[in-house]
Structure formats: structure tokens, C-alpha cells
Design a protein around this ligand. Structure first.
Ligand code: ZN
Length: 131
């Protein structure tokens, strides 16, 4: 695989591929969405880069705008009997969402790594300003 020169893009693409954003060799996840505490290859502390709800929101945005909205342009979707079409459409969307979510989360962790955003930066959040 050709190496991407730009550090931000390289980290995001390594994360999307499910690899450590620092070295691109170690696995990013140890389970479906569980980020490894440390990279097995380069020992980077991957647990300090927060994902929170960002990947879920982005996945909903992507699937909703790029799949659901264009799907409504096909008359067969809204003319068919929902009893027959909804189970097929909803199960296909669930499979697609579950396939996209780990890639988005990997890219998100790669972006946090490239921007050096850490979990400890949460104190900068305006909702916590009164603390
Ligand atoms: Zn690594």
C-alpha cells in the first residue's frame, strides 16, 4: 500500500483501515469497537484519544444522507407494501451501519491522534466551564 504523505490524512486512513494511527501496523481494535489500550507494534497509548459519540453521529449522518435519502428517489421504495419492503430495507441498513461504524470510529481516533486531542482535553469543554 502506498504511504500517504500528509500526516493527518495518513492517520485517518490508517484508522479507517483498523490499524494504529501512529505506525499503521498494530491493530486499532481488540473487539468490534473496543480500542486497544496500547499499540502492539509501537506502544502508542491509544486509549487517551477519545471517540465518545462522534463516530455514532457521523455514521448516522453518512448512512442517512448518502443511503436513505437517495433511496427515496426510487419509486419502488415508497410504492411497495411496507410489510414487505421495511424488513428488507431496515435489515440492510442495520448491516450497512454496523459495517460502517468501526471504520468511522477508526478514522475518528486517527483524527484525534493527528490533532493530538486527548481525553484530558475534555475539561476545555464549555459545558464544564462552571466546574
Ligand atoms: Zn502503532
Amino acid at each position: 500500500m502506498a504511504e500517504i504523505a500528509h500526516p493527518l490524512r495518513r492517520s485517518v486512513f490508517r484508522g479507517v483501515a483498523g490499524h494504529c494511527p501512529a505506525c499503521g501496523k498494530g491493530p486499532l481494535f481488540w473487539r468490534y469497537l473496543k480500542v486497544n489500550g496500547r499499540c502492539e507494534a509501537c506502544d502508542t497509548d491509544l486509549a487517551r484519544y477519545p471517540a465518545d459519540d462522534g463516530p455514532a453521529y457521523l455514521t448516522i449522518l453518512l448512512v442517512g444522507h448518502l443511503v436513505v435519502a437517495p433511496m427515496l428517489f426510487f419509486p419502488i421504495v415508497w410504492r411497495s407494501n411496507p410489510l414487505y419492503s421495511l424488513p428488507f430495507i431496515l435489515s440492510a441498513l442495520a448491516v450497512l451501519t454496523l459495517a460502517v461504524l468501526p471504520r468511522v470510529k477508526g478514522g475518528w481516533v486517527g483524527l484525534m491522534y493527528a490533532l493530538d486531542v486527548r481525553g484530558s482535553d475534555a475539561v476545555l469543554h464549555t459545558a464544564n466551564a462552571a466546574d
